[in-house]
Write a protein that binds this ligand. Structure first.
Ligand code: FAD
Length: 475
């Protein structure tokens, strides 16, 4: 049939994957169109994910920090939170970034088509115009004909089927709306998103319970790092229920009555004023008629791709949360660049050795590559070097002597294959360990690199010195 718009490159979805793919495609000379149902670019990450959560976590980190200054002889009055102003602050942060993206799209002559896209065949996408938050379809439609396509449609929060619809029950998007600070809050899911939001709401004054089906909070990093976080957060939560399931929620006028089952379950139903569902995210693969384009989608909604980010249909690529774990923005961006470059005829492949993870909690927990647990499971011989921040001048000066920096080396090659940092700014510092792994550094390379003193980042060098001492004769 006929098309309203024609392009060389169509990008479906404008999250970190989509906008990065579109910008790179345009830079490589392709006439590029982005289809996005939201009114702004940036996807989950900028609008309702990474950025608004960090805007709030920064504010609450400062609040927590000031409460620790009494020992240093400085006291503050109890914080007064104006929730409307805090929300406006968060929205301003998001607005600066989405506005910046719009400018970058314009500068590259990337066309943005607002609406919900679904495939008609391997070269046509129909877009139903949307308004408001992107859920409402206006009825107006456009057909786009494309030569190549990068699908970057992302993921959505999992909603547990037995949980009723109620304005007091939210997912991360609803929690970030910050409509009110509840007296008592339940966070379902002890993963990173749940714990970040639990950190925000508890600092703002809510009493928070966390319920987790698994046997530990924060799956991913080594347990010793999580233990440090746990110790620093002992008094933050009312109750942490591990190996426990939420089995029923009764939404009554006086509150949300929740029943639990499992090891940590209280005998009686517990009343909450707000429930956050943070029990994982699922890919959007089944929501845009990928089959009409001939693109395979697995039963969970992920789209399988090769190292060049190609789907089973050679001119259609997929990237980001849609193609698998870890569902992280920095992974999406790197995959985006590969897809755009391959589509433009360049040689490229996604061959990152490691993808770092960070919980931006108080304190932060950051990790990359092998954990000790994983090495043990795989029977890989490793050496670990841990530098406790109690021996770091800067950490002591900063009141962060509880943290540590750990490096994990292959016992034979002595190359660094993993690392973990727990403490303030851990996420900012893990980048050095990522680079070390990608460059094939050993302990000597890192230890002999002069780090500025006194910094928290110096602890990466000091951890390497610890390892260095243990695997060579050099003192
Ligand atoms: P998305 O960002 O999900 O973007 C997909 C876009 O496609 C959306 O804008 C959607 O509207 C659009 N779309 C989907 N289907 C259609 C369609 N059919 N038609 C039109 N448009 C469509 N990651 C980090 O790395 N660091 C963090 O600190 C971090 N914090 C997070 C905090 C929260 C609360 C959440 C929820 C996530 C967080 N993440 C974080 C994860 C991160 O947001 C995602 O990994 C990232 O956004 C994935 O990018 P993406 O481009 O694959 O998809």
């Amino acid at each position: 049939g006929s098309a309203d718009i024609e392009c060389e490159m169509l990008v479906l979805g404008a999250g970190p994957g989509g906008y990065s793919a579109a910008f790179r495609s345009a830079d490589l000379g392709m006439k590029t169109v982005i289809v996005e149902r939201y009114s702004t670019l940036g996807g989950v990450c900028l609008n309702v994910g990474c950025i608004p959560s960090k805007a709030l976590l920064h504010v609450t980190a400062v609040m927590d920090e000031t409460s620790h200054l009494a020992d240093a002889g400085v006291t503050f009055a109890a914080p007064q939170v104006d929730i409307d102003k805090l929300r406006a602050h968060k929205e301003k942060v998001v607005g600066k970034l989405t506005g910046g993206l719009a400018g970058m799209a314009k500068g590259r002559k990337v066309d943005i088509v607002r609406g919900y896209g679904h495939f008609l065949d391997p070269h046509h996408l129909e877009v139903e115009e949307t308004s408001g938050s992107g859920q409402d379809k206006t009825g107006s439609k456009k057909v786009i004909k494309f030569q190549k396509c990068i699908i970057a449609a992302g993921s959505a929060a999992v909603h547990l089927p037995f949980i009723p619809r109620d304005p007091r029950i939210v997912d991360s998007t609803g929690a970030l709306e910050l409509r009110f600070v509840p007296e008592k809050m339940l966070v379902i899911g002890g993963g990173i998103i749940g714990l970040e939001m639990a950190t925000v709401y508890s600092t703002l004054g809510a009493r928070v319970d966390v319920v987790e089906m698994g046997d530990a909070l924060m799956q991913g990093p080594d347990r010793d790092a999580v233990k440090v976080w746990e110790k620093q957060n002992l008094s933050r939560f009312d109750k942490i229920m591990l190996k426990t399931k939420t089995v029923a929620v009764d939404a009554k006028d006086d509150g949300l009555w929740v029943k639990f089952e499992g090891e940590g379950a209280p005998a009686e139903a517990v009343k909450y004023d707000l429930i956050l569902q943070a029990a994982g995210r699922s890919p959007n693969g089944k929501k845009f008629a990928a089959d009409k384009a001939g693109v395979s989608v697995d039963e969970r909604g992920f789209i399988p791709v090769d190292k060049q980010m190609r789907t089973n249909v050679p001119h259609i690529f997929a990237i980001g949360d849609l193609v698998g774990q870890p569902m992280l923005a920095h992974k999406a961006v790197h995959e985006a660049h590969v897809a755009a470059e391959v589509a433009a005829g360049h040689k490229a492949a996604f061959d990152a050795q490691v993808i770092p993870g960070v919980a931006y909690t108080h304190p932060e927990v950051a990790w990359v590559g092998y954990t000790e647990d994983q090495a043990k499971k795989e029977g890989r011989k490793v050496e670990t070097a841990k530098f406790p921040w109690a021996a770091s001048g800067r950490a002591i000066a900063n009141g962060a002597d509880y943290g540590f920096t750990k490096l994990i080396f292959d016992a034979e090659t002595h190359r660094v294959i993993g690392g973990a940092i727990v403490g303030p700014s851990a996420g900012d510092m893990i980048g050095e360990v990522c680079l070390a792994i990608e460059m094939g550094c050993d302990a000597v390379d890192i230890g002999k690199t002069i780090h500025p003193h006194p910094t928290l980042g110096e602890t990466v060098g000091m951890a390497a010195e610890v390892a260095h001492g243990s695997c060579t004769d050099v003192p």
